[in-house]
Design a protein around this ligand. Structure first.
Ligand SMILES: NC(=O)c1ccc[n+]([C@@H]2O[C@H](COP(=O)([O-])OP(=O)(O)OC[C@H]3O[C@@H](n4cnc5c(N)ncnc54)[C@H](OP(=O)(O)O)[C@@H]3O)[C@@H](O)[C@H]2O)c1
Length: 308
């Protein structure tokens, strides 16, 4: 691949087997070895083969990020690879439209989109060298004042507490579409993590990216058939519309933020690469610190897995 001198660096990406993550994995392979963290071994093998066929290098690590034991084990495995880690993209995410529960009995979107990635990142931080970049893929669905998200039916995060969110309970007045509040509330956790971790670890850089609405990704797979059809029909015109994005366009932007060598931290940028406004709620330092403290208290209730 192009940047031969950079092949000594390694970049971790979660959820590289579909949509935005897949495109990002291919793109980041031009900057070094890619550590692919995903839940489906066959799909991981395919992505690894695609990267290798293009002359890149990749290593696969199996993890179901909704399961805290698996997330922690994956972080340990990545650290034990002893690679010169340069950055991490927390990309894996879901938008379920029916109630579903994780291995720990927590609401599945909250576990997959926020709690697992937080556990994975917290466990990996000691292995990251100074200056490494950690990017979380966020969503404007968390902001009740975002015009595009509200037009799509979201009413912003309905966070009460981490305990309540894990039970699938939300502040009233939310989204009428099933799963909308769970998704918006869990994705706010990504911003809370970026803002809080940036303060806790000034030696690293934490950045959030809103990738833009990409109807071509797999995120809509759980939508009811009619809505799925409508979303998929947008795929054809998405590349032509500035308000929409594609996984390829999103990946270009994510890799730019991931490989940016400036000291920027605690930042949030949109699909066009420009600074993005987070909701008033999560922009409040007391609020985002509480969101993360409550999440960590929940994670601390999961005992360390027995040694094999
Ligand atoms: N598409 C959009 O319009 C949009 C807008 C704003 C933000 N985002 C965010 O962008 C990110 C990527 O979404 P996408 O649109 O590219 O969706 P996608 O095509 O469905 O890809 C999601 C990825 O996450 C992985 N994943 C799901 N659950 C997992 C688990 N428990 N453990 C490990 N990996 C898991 C999936 O693995 P499998 O292949 O095994 O299913 C897949 O690789 C998400 O964080 C999403 O919230 C997307």
């Amino acid at each position: 691949m192009n940047d031969k001198s950079a092949t000594r660096r390694a970049w971790i990406i979660t959820g590289p087997t579909s949509g935005i993550g897949y495109r990002t994995a291919l793109e980041v392979a031009e900057h070094g070895t890619v550590v692919l963290v995903g839940r489906n071994p066959a799909k991981l093998r395919k992505v690894q083969a695609d990267i290798e066929a293009a002359g890149g290098a990749a290593i696969s690590v199996h993890a179901d990020l909704s399961d805290i034991h698996s997330a922690r084990r994956a972080a340990e495995e990545v650290a034990s690879l002893d690679l010169p880690l340069a950055g991490l993209v927390n990309n894996a995410g879901i938008m379920p439209t029916r109630p579903a529960w994780s291995e720990q009995g927590w609401e599945l979107a909250f576990a997959t989109n926020h709690l697992g990635p937080l556990a994975f990142t917290d466990a990996l931080v000691p292995a990251l060298p100074d200056g490494a970049n950690v990017v979380f893929i966020a969503s404007s669905a968390e902001d009740p004042e975002d015009p595009m998200a509200t037009r799509a039916g979201f009413r912003g995060s309905r966070y009460l507490s981490a305990q309540a969110t894990a039970r699938g309970e939300y502040r009233p007045g939310g989204c009428i579409q099933p799963g909308g509040d769970a998704y918006a509330t869990s994705k706010q956790g990504n911003l809370a993590a970026v803002f809080t971790l940036a303060q806790e670890h000034p030696q690293l850089h934490f950045r959030a990216v809103e990738p833009g609405f990409s109807p071509a990704s797999g995120l809509s797979r759980d939508l009811p058939p009619m809505m799925k059809l409508m979303t998929k029909s947008l795929t054809l015109i998405a590349p032509l519309l500035p308000a929409m994005s594609t996984p390829k366009r999103a990946a270009r932007n994510i890799v730019k933020v991931l490989t940016d060598t400036s000291d920027a931290t605690g930042t949030y940028s949109g699909a066009n690469g420009k600074p993005m406004k987070a909701s008033r709620q999560v922009s409040n330092p007391d609020y985002h610190a509480r969101y993360i403290a409550e999440s960590r208290a929940l994670l601390a209730s999961v005992p360390a897995a027995p040694q094999k």
